[in-house]
Design a protein around this ligand. Sequence first.
Ligand code: FES
Ligand code: FES
Length: 153
Amino acid sequence: MKLRVNGREHELDVPADMPLLWVLRDRLRLTGTKFGCGIAQCGACTVHVNGRAQRACVTPVASVEGADVRTIEGVEGASAKAVQDAWVALDVPQCGYCQSGQVMSAVALLEAKPAPSDEEIENAMAGNLCRCNCYARIRQAVRDAADSKGATS
Ligand code: FES
Ligand code: FES
């Protein structure tokens, strides 16, 4: 099966129903994407599939054949830069475990909605849990990233 991840084509011999998360972590060694719950409840495994946030733990790899899969290692562009800068400026992470999923959800939101409302931010980030309870800083960083993008575009 052919899989395109972060702009690179991979030829993989894997079962069609293997979760994308296992392929990314175990076959491609892209370990920035985390395993949390395995049942689409925590958001730790969030990646982009054709630019949209998707839970890799419940995504059969065959369903993304031919798609553009992006992980935290390969996310790029103005929204990704704004999110990363805001994350650093606000010193968002504590343990860091949930953070790649949080960043991927935030970037997908800003790609789709450059100036989201507080409610849209809340909805977009609601599926990403944080055991360290960094929610206030995460929401603020998404707002700051949206503002800084607005200022530069
Ligand atoms: S590991 Fe995929 S949503 Fe929790
Ligand atoms: S920073 Fe620790 S789980 Fe979110």
